[in-house]
Design a protein. Structure first.
Length: 505
């Protein structure tokens, strides 16, 4: 059987603004990513996902796209992008780019024309707003000069497209072609369960991501992905798409990954699960029994970093649990999405001063919500301030890094076998080797309370979510542990990979 590259791929999310700044303006850019590609090859990931680098007024960090076929000068040029793809491919790394089809920027020429009264049907204009709220806070409608209102499920600078207009379909197919022709291996689809809104735009009681919502997940959206799949399949080289789908049910998630739709969708249930063996086991079982191609995510540029989520829930446990959750996730069938900096054990930066904050969530909630800047603080490459090697010379980065980033920098961790960076490298190297030998299934073994044991052929993964050390299940060798495993005992907040026998399952 031909196993497509993406089925078990480890994909590394690069939040471009915060990864590496080559130009020296304090903001990450494509040449910065390009310079650091060898680091990613050495880390052992299979692919990178680049967050939006298109021309944008940055009302939402680039998720407000003014031109879907270009590169914002802040991030470089189209030639820089092409050079990046070439280098990545030479290093054996695939490249995914972000596609933002639910909304454009208010600076997009179509929206500018709509404001002049031309082609308003490409967006959602109404004489009267309904009661929908913006996901970032405040009403989802903004009034324009002639009295009409337009819909924006996110910032006012992000008007929602009207996908009931065929022109929008044609435009996005063309945008996909544009990037496919430049060699991208696939797309991450922003707000993939958005796009269509229920006919008549009825008022809602609750606007959360539920299967019955008139705001999200309308059945018509699947037609879009069928068209996109046909296009991707027409290109050589197993091009793929992964959807950002927030939903309350695994069955609904599975609808996006039918054989003629998207290849994958993010499994946020894993990220949302508390530190609990029952919760972990339920997510794993629900996912593997419903979704044909599973994905696993612990962190991304929209959520509090998982080290800090665990730390907040149970002080003193954050890093240990983050490492144990990673090892468990990498043992599961399917593909894993990592977020830049988690391999360094970066925590959320929770004490950014209000004047430094940039996320529209902070402003639209009038400061009630901190927003997502805390997980977007630039990566520390070296020990030295002011930018820890993120920018050249004495340039300050666009978000301030805390002093604690020095100890967590790449330079500091490289070569230190106890570091989280070296732990990630070992885990990814062992996983790559194991994948040749383990089946795409999970079998549960009996385990003590608070603990999970599962096997995939010769691999056994054990995670202790309880409060006492427990004996390891029977095994021949220890492959890797997320913390101290001694005298056959697995301590709390620790996971381990064991090997037994060696016949393929
Ligand atoms: C999801 C993206 O990940 C997030 O950063 C963005 O704010 C919203 N979609 C709107 O585009």
């Amino acid at each position: 059987m031909n196993i497509p590259w993406w089925r078990d791929a480890v994909v590394y999310e690069i939040y471009v603004r915060s990864f590496a700044d080559a130009s020296g303006d304090g903001v990450g850019d494509l040449p910065g990513v390009r310079e650091r590609l060898p680091y990613l090859r050495d880390l052992g990931v299979d692919a990178i996902w680049l967050t939006p680098f298109y021309p944008s007024p940055m009302a939402d960090g680039g998720y407000d796209v003014a031109d879907y076929r270009g590169v914002d000068p802040l991030f470089g040029t189209l030639a820089d992008f092409e050079a990046l793809v070439t280098d990545a491919h030479e290093l054996g790394l695939r490249v995914l780019v972000d596609i933002v089809p639910n909304h454009s920027s208010s600076e997009h020429p179509w929206f500018q024309a709509a404001l002049r009264g031309e082609g308003r049907d490409r967006y959602v204009f109404r004489d009267r707003p309904n009661n929908w709220q913006s996901t970032f806070g405040g009403p989802a409608w903004t009034q324009v000069e002639d009295g009409q209102y337009y819909l924006h499920l996110f910032a006012p600078g992000q008007p929602d497209f009207n996908w009931r207009n065929p022109e929008v379909h044609a435009e996005f197919l063309d945008v996909l072609r544009f990037w496919l022709d430049r060699g991208v291996d696939g797309f991450r689809i922003d707000v993939a369960m958005g796009l269509y809104k229920a006919e008549g735009l009825p008022d809602v009681g609750d606007q959360s991501f539920t299967t019955s919502s008139p705001v999200w997940g309308q059945p018509e959206v699947h037609g879009v992905y069928r068209d996109w799949r046909r296009l991707l399949d027409a290109y050589p080289g197993e091009r793929m798409a992964v959807g950002e789908v927030w939903t309350d049910s695994p069955e609904d998630l599975a609808r996006y990954v039918r054989p003629d739709e998207l290849h994958q969708s993010f499994n946020f249930a894993w990220l949302e699960a508390p530190w609990s063996p029952t919760a972990f086991r339920k997510v794993i079982d629900d996912t593997l029994s419903t979704v044909p191609f599973a994905t696993w995510v612990l962190s991304n540029h929209d959520v509090v970093r998982h080290r800090t989520r665990y730390e907040t829930a149970d002080p003193g446990t954050g890093l240990a649990r983050a490492r144990a959750a990673l090892l468990t996730m990498l043992a599961l069938p399917g593909s894993a999405y990592l977020y830049q900096g988690e391999e360094l054990g970066l925590p959320e930066v929770t004490d950014l001063p209000a004047e430094a904050r940039q996320d529209p969530v902070f402003f639209q909630s009038e400061g009630k919500l901190p927003g997502r800047d805390g997980c977007r603080v630039p990566i520390p490459w070296t020990v030295d301030p002011p930018s820890h090697g993120f920018s050249p010379g004495g340039v300050e980065p666009w978000l301030p890094q805390p002093a604690t980033f020095a100890e967590l920098s790449v330079d500091k961790q490289e070569g230190d076998s106890d570091s989280t960076l070296e732990f990630y490298r070992r885990a990814l190297a062992i996983r790559r080797d194991l994948l040749r030998r383990i089946p795409y299934t999970v079998e549960w073994l009996d385990s003590p309370e608070g603990v999970l044991f599962f096997t995939r052929g010769p691999l056994i993964c054990a995670i202790n979510c309880g409060t006492h050390a427990v004996p390891l299940p029977g095994h021949d060798s220890v492959l890797l542990a997320s913390g101290p495993v001694r005298r056959g005992m697995l301590p709390p907040d620790t996971a381990v990979w064991l090997e037994r026998g060696s016949q393929p399952g």
